[in-house]
Structures are given as structure tokens and as C-alpha cells.
Write a protein that binds this ligand. Structure first.
Ligand code: SAM
Length: 208
């Protein structure tokens, strides 16, 4: 590893293998350094959005990492929740928290090891962003959710513009319903540094 992993390095990633390498190094310090130091609020925003539109378990947490969204979903009374992520090391940390029914590695840019329509909901925080996962993963999100199931995803606001999410969501057309978008701050008032005021959109919709 050349430098300590941080947000700048994460946003500059290019491939799933880059992601695997960075998050293998970041897993042990992600919660206590990154999430605490940056007053990381995004998982709570996503969980609240999911709950506010009637989301229910079983839910798949996409790019679950160390389980911060799983914890927020539990706070909102949502469960059971399964976790999937590219990084076994991040899932190993999540697994110590007793939040998830099942944890498994998977790549959102390919086909997850999940039956069609297996979940009543899907949620994701911090994964649809620079260097990680783009709108091409939305088909896979829809595949794993049953008709009538609820989806809540955070999508970094700059990444949204750069990758044309408006167009991609419009293309999904009749496959989704009840589309709503809210804008939130990714980090709370204790955050500092160049990304402290970064914005994310939290999109919710129902699989038609
Ligand atoms: C910034 S972390 C967010 C983790 C957690 N959801 C949170 O909010 O703390 C992004 C996560 O996305 C995962 N990831 C990146 N690319 C992925 C892909 N193609 N498929 C599945 N997970 C991916 C990374 O391994 C990492 O754990």
C-alpha cells in the first residue's frame, strides 16, 4: 500500500480490483477513523428514506462495507437485512456486529449470487459514487428486488451529474414507480477537509 486509504483515494479508483485492494487496507480503520472523523451521516439518511417510503425486510444492503447502513436500518426498525460487498475484509468487520442475517461477496457490476426478486427491498449508502459503481448497476438492483419492493440508494451528487443518472432513471421508465429524490449532506457538522460539504442524492423508488 502506498498511502493510507482515504476518501480522495477511494474517489480515484477505477476498477473493482482497485476497490478490493483499497478496502482490504481500509476495513480495520474505516469505522473508527473515516466514519467518526468525518461525522459520516449518509447511512442514516438512506435508512430513514427507506423506512419513510414503507420499505420492509428482507432487505439487501448493496456495498454494505463494515455495516454502517445495517446499523442505521436496525435503528429504523427494518429487518432482516443481508449484506453484500466486493470486499471480504469489509464484510468481515460487518460480520462482527451481528447486524446481518447473511453476508456474501458480490460484484454489483456483474451478477450477484442472488435469485431474481429474492428481496422485498434494497438499500445502499456510499457505493454509487466516484470510482465505485455507476448507473449501469441499476439493472442488477432491480433484478434482486421483487415487484412492489422498495429501493433506497445514495448517489453522490457530482457523480449523478457526471454519469447521467437522470437519463438512466428515465430509461428505466415503467420498470420503476414512485421515484423520489432528496438531497442530503454526506457528512455532519464535525467533518473537515475538502469533502466536508459534499452532497448526495438519496433516490427512492418501487420496482413496478
Ligand atoms: C464508501 S464504502 C460504503 C460502505 C457502507 N455502505 C457505508 O456507507 O459505510 C463503498 C463500498 O462499496 C463497495 N464496492 C465498491 N465497488 C463495488 C461493486 N462493484 N460491487 C459491490 N460492492 C462494491 C466497497 O468494497 C466498499 O465497501
Amino acid at each position: 500500500m502506498q498511502d493510507d486509504p482515504d476518501l480522495e483515494a477511494a474517489y480515484a479508483l477505477q476498477t473493482p480490483d482497485d476497490n478490493r485492494r483499497l478496502y482490504a487496507d481500509w476495513a480495520a480503520t474505516y469505522d473508527d477513523e473515516f466514519a467518526v472523523d468525518m461525522d459520516y451521516m449518509l447511512p442514516l439518511h438512506v435508512a430513514e428514506a427507506f423506512a419513510s417510503v414503507g420499505g420492509q425486510g428482507p432487505v439487501l444492503d448493496l456495498g454494505a462495507g463494515t455495516g454502517l447502513l445495517g446499523a442505521a436500518l436496525k435503528t429504523c426498525g427494518i429487518g432482516p437485512v443481508d449484506a453484500t460487498d466486493l470486499s471480504q475484509e469489509m464484510l468481515d468487520v460487518a460480520g462482527t456486529k451481528g447486524l446481518y442475517a447473511h453476508l456474501f461477496t458480490g460484484n454489483l457490476l456483474e451478477t450477484l449470487p442472488v435469485e431474481d426478486g429474492a428481496y422485498a427491498g434494497a438499500a445502499s449508502s456510499g457505493t454509487f459514487t466516484h470510482g465505485h459503481v455507476g448507473p449501469e448497476a441499476l439493472d442488477e438492483v432491480l433484478r434482486v428486488v421483487r415487484p412492489g419492493g422498495v429501493v433506497a440508494l445514495s448517489i453522490n451528487a457530482e457523480h449523478w451529474e457526471a454519469k447521467g443518472y437522470d437519463a438512466r432513471l428515465a430509461e428505466l421508465g415503467p420498470r420503476i414507480a414512485d421515484l423520489a429524490v432528496r438531497e442530503v449532506r454526506i457528512f455532519g457538522p464535525e467533518a473537515s477537509g475538502p469533502h466536508a460539504r459534499d452532497l448526495s442524492r438519496v433516490v427512492t423508488f418501487t420496482r413496478a
